[in-house]
Design a protein around this ligand. Sequence first.
Ligand SMILES: CC(C)(COP(=O)(O)OP(=O)(O)OC[C@H]1O[C@@H](n2cnc3c(N)ncnc32)[C@H](O)[C@@H]1OP(=O)(O)O)[C@@H](O)C(=O)NCCC(=O)NCCS
Length: 171
Amino acid sequence: MGWFFRRRQEVMVTGPQPGDIEAMADIHARSFARPWNAADIHRLLDGRGVAALVARPEGAGNGPPAGFVILREAADEGEIITIATEPASRRSGVGRALMHGAIRHLQGDRIARLFLEVSEDNAPALSLYRQLGFRRVGIRKGYYASERKDVAAPGTPKPAPSALVMELDLR
Ligand SMILES: CC(C)(COP(=O)(O)OP(=O)(O)OC[C@H]1O[C@@H](n2cnc3c(N)ncnc32)[C@H](O)[C@@H]1OP(=O)(O)O)[C@@H](O)C(=O)NCCC(=O)NCCS
């Protein structure tokens, strides 16, 4: 077994170009059990107060983005709807850069609080959010039951994971 070290890279975070939507759908499909296609993402982005940011490693040119985040704002509250990094680019700073971009965007719009939901068994995401200062403010028991493929399997089913509701004060 070998060791390798993934270098931290500079990451550019911008609004998506029209051609990025297909890549966002592709990243989503490789990151979540229930994939969204490009039409789903277009529909979402047409919603009131919804915005997206994409991330490209510096020097990667105009290739497909390595990750994206979709957020929504209403009154003085923001919400992370989804965030994902393309699997081969994980753990190199893309997710953190996207979250920083989202926070800057929301602060620019004078949003006071940012919320998100995360499965209690999603260790990478929980670690990212805790590092950014999010704290747990609620729990939705068994929320991810429908996402699990193993719930109906024979034998003793594992309890479906709960969703943790987390909040970050942006003021
Ligand atoms: C969660 C996710 C977006 C993180 O993206 P990423 O680009 O890998 O994140 P980063 O490289 O910026 O990592 C930032 C921090 O997240 C945490 N983290 C990321 N991957 C981790 C892992 N595999 N294990 C533990 N912590 C991890 C660490 O705290 C890391 O900081 P560090 O590297 O300084 O220790 C990515 O794992 C992903 O796309 N997962 C699938 C989709 C998903 O679950 N989205 C969240 C839904 S709520």
